[in-house]
Design a protein around this ligand. Structure first.
Ligand code: ADP
Ligand code: ZN
Length: 606
């Protein structure tokens, strides 16, 4: 993903550079045009405006008629002649409108007996080339300008409209850990790409588009590449955002080019990342929206326009399938959906194993226990952790990656780098200590909450401190009680501040944000409200849905969410009061040691 970002930045830089070059070229073109305009104008100048060493053509003709011309010197291909008039010292330049006619005229005069010495000099090669180049310069510049303009539209590097990046993927299913069920569906697609005839003979409808849904870093791109690699077909990839960047009207033509190319090299895979960038619901308003609509329409046209003998499968990735235009999901388009969730413990261990290849670990390192501690991490996070641990080990001068290096990497990836340089006031430290101790104490009194793993008041990232919980078995379901208790644990920090310091701080803002979103989900997603009953409403994506249900309903949701949060806050305060002595002890040890482990915590509250 970082790689993609880098490419994008590079493109942007390239574009800026090209804009500058374009401007310079334009100015040059105008300048040259100006010079040529004025010099060609000079040809038409009157006699009066001629320089001393110049002579008008009409004057020359008179002089010839009068027999005053002694010598005429002309260079082949040039329109000026050097004239020597009898009894005059200096030679004069004359512009000849038609050299051919002029030479014929002189020859005729000679035959008639006039004594004129006509010298025709061969062309000076250098002069003639440079003059040719000079006269061609505007044309050359113009051509360069036009080429550059088209290049820019195509994001630069290929000299034509950008039609996606084509690679021959070397990724296989062995590179994809976990996701066993998903792989099963993939194998079907690979089979089809390898043997389209077999499916066609059987009259089987071939999948056209497959939607890969899942949050960033879960391996959607990886899977798409693995399909291409397994089927040994080219992999053309483009990001949805690339369709809509740059000049208006280009998105649609890019889609067209992309599919044109795919048809040429079929069988192949087209991978469209972030399809929601173009495929979100169509909007009737103008401007950028309608530009988007055009792009989306083109995509629909292309998806419908496949012939049966074209073996192209379009894989598209998104984290927000509900945002997509319904037309995209109709049969024959993206009618298959594979949802890729976060890896479970076994999956995490498998991913870690894959990314551990080629790294040297100390004997105490146990990938299984890292997998246990990293619930909620994506595949990309896990890959990142192992990479970070190798960097940390190198910096620390270790011969191999130790468990501590990995733990540090986990922390670094989760909460950002330790901000050791930041000086914290005693007052802030005390507040943080009570806040974190509040979380730890409250959650430890709640049946469903996980045990405390570590409490710290060393600031990391934006957080002033943190409480880490042990991860337990991955569960498929979370009960209502567990969610309610989670809310109480989240309120523990704020509750401790309120009771001990009789003031509250912004330190709890993230807790409250998380709590609110959980409470909202409980009511609108999981149907856990007593009064509203089992109902699911998509409040964020579709305000219309809420309108349909009526204003009162919206108010009721708000009220229910508030009740849940208030109740949790109250309970948290009650628990803090009941365990005040423990809270004080934990906070004071925290102030002294800054970090305490789960075991130490248990010791203190015993
Ligand atoms: P997405 O496209 O869903 O944002 P990516 O496919 O780009 O995610 O994943 C980023 C990186 O994370 C991959 O290149 C790979 O190193 C790692 N990764 C993610 N999921 C897995 C997995 N299941 N097995 C192995 N590596 C994974
Ligand atoms: Zn907190």
């Amino acid at each position: 993903m970082e790689e993609k970002q880098k490419n994008k930045d590079k493109n942007k830089q390239n574009n800026q550079k090209q804009y500058i070059i374009l401007t310079v070229l334009l100015i040059l073109l105008i300048a040259i045009g100006g010079i040529i305009f004025f010099t060609s104008n000079q040809n038409k100048t009157d006699e009066d405006e001629l320089d001393e060493n110049e002579m008008a053509y009409t004057e020359l003709l008179t002089q010839i008629d009068e027999g005053n011309v002694e010598k005429i010197e002309m260079t082949v291909g040039s329109t000026t002649a050097k004239i020597k008039i009898k009894d005059e010292e200096e030679e004069k330049n004359v512009l000849i409108p038609s050299t051919q006619a002029f030479i014929e005229l002189i020859q005729q005069k000679k035959e008639e007996g006039t004594d004129i010495n006509l010298i025709q000099k061969p062309t000076n090669v250098f002069v003639s080339i440079s003059s040719a180049v000079f006269s061609l310069l505007p044309t050359i510049l113009l051509v360069v300008l036009i080429i550059m303009f088209f290049k820019m539209q195509g994001l630069g590097d290929k000299g034509k409209v950008y039609d996606g990046e084509t690679t021959q993927s070397k990724t296989t299913f062995d590179d994809v850990a976990g996701l066993e069920e998903e792989k099963h569906e993939m194998i079907e697609i690979v089979d089809f790409l390898k043997n389209p005839e077999r499916f066609n003979k059987m009259g089987a409808k071939i999948p056209r588009g497959v939607l890969l849904c899942g949050q960033p870093g879960t391996g959607k791109t990886l899977i798409a590449k693995a399909i291409a690699g397994e089927a040994n077909v080219p992999f053309i990839s483009m990001s949805g955002s690339e369709f809509i960047e740059m000049f208006a009207g280009l998105g649609a033509s890019r889609v067209r080019k992309l599919f044109e190319k795919a048809k040429k090299i079929s069988p192949c895979i087209i991978f469209i990342d972030e399809i929601d960038a173009i495929g979100s619901r169509r909007n009737s308003s103008g401007g950028a929206e309608s530009e988007n609509n055009q792009t989306l329409n083109q995509l629909l046209v292309e998806m419908d326009g496949f012939d049966t003998d074209e073996t192209i499968i379009v894989l598209a990735a998104t984290n927000r399938p509900e945002m997509l235009d319904k037309a995209l999901l109709r049969p024959g388009r993206f009618d298959r959906r594979i949802t890729i969730g976060l890896p479970d413990m076994r999956g995490r261990e498998a991913i870690l194993k894959i990314h551990a290849k080629g790294k040297k670990f100390a004997e105490d390192v146990n990938l299984k226990s890292i997998a246990e501690d990293t619930a909620g991490f994506t595949g990309a996070d896990l890959a990142n952790i192992l990479n970070e641990s190798a960097i940390i080990a190198t910096i620390n001068g270790h011969l191999s990656i130790t468990n501590k290096d990995i733990e540090d990497a986990v922390k670094k990836v989760t909460v950002g780098l330790e901000k050791q340089s930041r000086v914290i006031s005693e007052k802030d430290k005390r507040l943080t200590a009570y806040h974190e101790a509040g979380h730890a104490i409250v959650s430890s009194t709640l049946e469903t909450q996980k045990g405390v793993k570590e409490v710290s008041i060393i600031p990391r990232g934006v957080a002033g401190g943190y409480t880490m919980y042990k991860s337990d078995e991955d569960k498929c379901y979370i009960s209502k009680t567990e969610m309610e208790e989670k809310l109480i644990a989240l309120m523990g920090g704020r509750a401790a501040e309120k009771i001990v310091l009789n003031d509250i701080s912004t330190g709890a803002s993230n807790d409250i944000e998380v709590a609110t979103s959980i409470a909202k989900d409980m009511i609108t997603k999981y149907g856990m409200s007593e009064t509203l009953g089992p109902i699911s409403i998509n409040t964020e994506q579709d305000p219309y849905e809420l309108q349909l249900l009526g204003e009162k309903f919206g108010d009721a949701i708000g009220a229910e969410v508030k009740i849940l949060l208030d109740k949790a806050y109250e309970t948290a305060q009650k628990l803090i009061c009941e365990n005040r002595d423990k809270l004080d002890r934990v906070a004071s040890v925290l102030l002294e040691k800054e970090v305490i482990t789960g075991e130490e915590f248990q010791e203190i509250i015993k």
